[in-house]
Ligand binder design. Structure first.
Ligand code: ADP
Ligand code: MG
Length: 851
């Protein structure tokens, strides 16, 4: 094998699970299997290379200057890419050029901002699994945000995965995660979750005496997860994760819990079916101006608060910005000028920022003093706090402004980065090289005169440096002191002693200035990098100001009002609207009131034909609660919201056929999850539950679920159904109230009034709706006939015992002690009982029933 391939194989050994980008001159080359994979995934030509072996080695290459886009494509497909560079100048190397890997890029550690969506965080998550419990830590290395928590169940883990959507996960037990992962995360096994190493690393990094100060003392699993992240970052970036300035330790009970179904069903971030942003709640409320703000508003939306003081703190700030038009508009105008300096800071810290990045960074931070100025007289505590947290970073800004040239190139070792006047030596070298150009021009005209060769030219190329070119026709006029270097078809090239001298001066100066500029740039970048804590504080403050301003703007333009948060378990909304439907529907939106508590108005049973507006009404209540608890104004004239700890939603099978799952089973699983986890502070929305099976089954299940919620959970619940048979449940349970959504019958058509009314509906109007939808007249006629027939039969059946039998268990009161009784009977081992034992058992059962 050739030495080059031997060197390659040697390095590749250490990066078996990565695609190795092996720098050779102006290319990154890939060999063997890497070449085959890259050729397929990147659509590049697969060639071969003679390597001293019998067969040519498969090879594929890409030019180094366009590597970024190829790398991000591979990374997006889940590959790791190891970047191997030449560590010395090939011109000066004796023998084989030294090479080594300078970083490994993975989907969770990529810091190339062009490859990332600026409105979302890019999380790398570390999950330490031990005995069914989880230590969880998530980091966005581009912004330096690090969070950690511990979880006790798989459900909780799932809910966190939904929120973070980590692009990459490292874990000690990948096999335990597989069933959970259809979120597009790439899972790698990682072995370094050692507690002592983690503890020492964290203590060293945050410069503390013990874990206690960081709140981590009793979080062993979380500590291991954090330690593993730091090690993984070091192993891939080859530098320490220096932009991480704090660990945000949280518990999931700080926030309202919403599971995947709820986030999806309520269309918080994207629409249910088409997965588009337009039509989601985020789409309506996100009027942020900066990437930091757009990332934060998503987090706030996914994590509504439970603490009334914290919510009011946000609401006070929003209210101030709603009322103070001048402050809001000035903020908005200034925020628009601020770009993603939080992420650029990541590139600065990880030493991959160039001169333009620094300029870009500066163009954002120069606006900080103005933002500070705008809110200096703010009255709300929150804005005052943010005023104090913004660091204007004027020193950093003026350093960049004085040092970095406005037209700095993308590269950092080709010069032209440092501004004139920043450094004397740079200025001196630059003068030499510009003067050198004058010397050349002078020499050219001198030589023309001396030799009489009118078209004699001084030119430059990379191989020969400067030379004098004389066309063939003038060769006989060339003097002795011209030294011939090269003969071409129609000209000859020469050098002279004098030319060589000038060349040395110019090239020497150019080389030196490039090297000096590079050194200066790295120093400046390092100086900026050291300010990461201050920059992070400002970036976070800007994100919050941006979100508050956005909430105020949305409240103002859409006519939202400030909600009142209370501990008491009520929901009292006047003139409430659906924030999204009112924006996208062509019809005028009809607002509705809502009153719920955990006593007489615990369960609202909403009947009404399809298309009446049941789903819309229920979602509107959930969305108003979520908005209120995230600290936003709400689409209603007034809203009193008793803190909700969890929102559950379940959409009946036929309403989400598009997912194509075995719907009834899925539906029942979800209902089970709801009834097992909801509390008396929760809000439950059941939309057409029980539809996935036959009518009587469906009615029975729906009935039983409502009863269970009423008796056991006592959660505020909205239940929509087109089974009008269910309305009878209100006669039995005081806490169930019947509502219907009004429709008017005109001739034999229905008109939807969209108004929620007390009391049940008596009809389902299915056929009228079908008619509205344009079904042929013959079908409508036949359906009407059939309906009359069926209704007759139904009345008959109501009197017989048949259908009643199916719901008989609920008729006997459905008290839960019967379940125990039934279980007890089932477990009796009658074959092995004496007659006396059997009779005793019978007495016991009778007593249990009659007490
Ligand atoms: P249901 O669940 O009763 O079948 P939906 O809630 O899906 O009905 O509502 C059907 C459509 O009616 C919605 O897509 C919406 O466009 C419209 N709609 C619902 N509620 C209202 C309302 N309050 N004002 C105006 N249009 C509404
Ligand atoms: Mg519906």
């Amino acid at each position: 094998m050739t030495p080059l391939i031997e060197q390659y194989l040697d390095i590749k050994k250490q990066y078996k699970d990565s695609i190795l980008f092996f720098r050779v001159g102006d290319f990154y080359e890939m060999f063997f299997q890497d070449a085959e994979v890259a050729s397929k995934e990147l659509d590049i030509v697969l060639t071969g290379k003679d390597c001293g072996t019998e067969e040519r080695v498969p090879m594929a290459g890409i030019p180094f200057h366009s590597a970024d886009s190829y790398i991000s494509r591979l990374v997006a497909k889940g590959y790791k890419v190891a970047i191997c560079e030449q560590m010395e100048d090939p011109k000066e190397a004796k023998g084989l050029v030294k090479r080594s890997v300078i970083k490994v890029i993975t989907s969770g550690t990529i810091i190339d901002t062009a490859a990332l969506d600026e409105t979302s965080n890019n999380y790398l998550m570390s999950i330490y699994i031990d005995d069914g419990k989880y230590g969880l830590s998530s980091v966005d290395i581009t912004t330096g945000e690090l969070m950690a928590t511990e979880l006790a169940s798989k459900e909780d883990l799932l809910n966190e995965l939904i929120k973070f959507k980590p692009v990459e996960i490292i874990t000690n037990k990948p096999e335990e995660l597989e069933s959970l992962l259809n979120y597009g995360s790439f899972v790698h096994k990682w072995d370094f979750f050692d507690y002592n190493i983690a503890r020492d690393e964290i203590i060293r990094k945050f410069n503390v005496n013990s874990l206690e100060g960081l709140g981590l003392k009793y979080y062993e699993r979380a500590t291991r997860a954090i330690g593993a992240l730091f090690m993984y970052i070091k192993a891939t970036q080859m530098v320490a994760s220096d932009n991480i300035s704090e660990i945000k330790l949280y518990t999931i009970s700080d926030y309202m819990i919403m599971d995947k179904n709820t986030i999806n069903n309520l269309e918080l971030l994207e629409t249910y079916r088409s997965k588009e942003k337009k039509g989601s709640l985020l789409w309506v409320i996100n009027k942020t101006s900066t990437p930091m703000g757009s990332r934060l508003i998503k987090k706030w939306l996914e994590r509504p608060l439970l603490n009334i003081d914290e919510i009011n703190k946000r609401l006070d700030a929003v209210e101030e910005l709603v009322n103070n038009d001048e402050m809001r508009e000035k903020l908005k105008a200034c925020l628009k000028k601020i770009r993603d300096f939080e992420r650029i800071m990541g590139r600065i810290v990880y030493k991959s920022a160039n001169g333009r990045d620094l300029l870009f960074f500066n163009s954002s931070i120069v606006n900080l003093p103005e933002i500070k100025n705008i809110i200096q007289n703010a009255e709300s505590d929150y804005l005052k706090e943010l005023f104090n947290e913004i660091d204007p970073l004027e020193d950093v800004s003026s350093l960049i402004d004085s040092a970095i040239s406005y037209d700095a190139p993308m590269t950092i070792n080709d010069g032209n980065i440092i501004k004139d006047g920043y450094n004397e030596e740079v200025d001196k070298y630059r003068k030499a090289s510009t003067e050198g150009k004058n010397w050349l021009a002078q020499l050219e005209s001198e030589e023309r005169e001396k030799t009489g060769i009118k078209n004699l030219k001084i030119k430059f190329n990379k191989v020969f440096g400067y030379y004098i070119e004389v066309t063939k026709s003038n060769i006989d006029m060339v003097p002795d002191y011209f030294i011939r270097k090269q003969t071409l078809a129609n000209c000859e090239r020469y050098v002279t002693e004098k030319l060589k001298e000038i060349e040395n001066d110019i090239l020497g100066a150019e080389e030196k200035v490039k090297e000096l500029e590079y050194q200066l740039f790295v120093e400046i970048r390092e100086k900026v990098a050291q300010q990461y804590k201050r920059v992070k504080a400002s970036a976070e403050a800007i994100a919050q100001i941006d979100v508050l301003t956005s909430m105020a703007e949305v409240a103002k333009t859409n006519g939202y009002q400030r909600p009142i948060l209370v501990e008491e378990k009520v929901i009292d909304i006047k003139v409430g609207r659906h924030p999204v439907i009112e924006k996208i529907s062509d019809d005028i939106f009809v607002p509705n009131d809502t009153y719920m508590d955990t006593k007489e108005h615990m369960i609202s049973l909403i009947t009404g034909p399809n298309m009446a507006g049941k789903s819309t009404y229920m979602r509107q209540i959930a969305l108003i609660v979520i908005l209120a608890q995230m600290g936003s104004f709400v689409p209603a004239d007034s809203a009193k919201i008793g803190i909700v700890d969890r929102i559950y939603t379940r959409i009946g099978a036929t309403d989400d056929l598009s997912t194509g799952q075995s719907t009834f089973m899925v539906e029942m699983n979800e209902v089970a999850n709801i009834v097992n986890n909801a509390t008396d502070k929760s809000l439950i929305i059941l939309d057409e539950v029980g539809r996935g099976t036959s009518t009587y089954d469906g009615i029975s299940i729906a009935w039983a679920v409502v009863e269970y919620i009423a008796k056991k959970i006592k959660a505020r619940t909205l239940f929509a159904t087109h089974y009008h048979e269910l309305v009878d449940i209100a006669d039995e349970l005081k806490c169930v109230k019947n509502y219907n959504i009004a429709v008017k019958e005109e001739d034999d058509k229905v008109v939807f009034l969209r108004k929620i009314m007390e009391g049940p509906t008596d009809k389902s109007y299915g056929i009228q709706v079908a008619k509205l939808a344009g079904l042929p007249e013959t079908i409508i006629k036949k359906a009407n006939q059939k309906l009359v027939e069926l209704e007759k039969k139904h009345i008959y059946q109501k009197d017989s015992v048949e259908p009643i039998k199916q719901i008989s268990i609920f008729d006997i009161g459905f008290d839960f002690k019967y379940y125990d009784l039934i279980e007890e009977i089932k477990s009796l081992d009658i074959d092995n009982m004496t007659p006396l034992q059997a009779i005793n058992q019978l007495y016991k059962l009778k007593r249990a029933l009659c007490d």
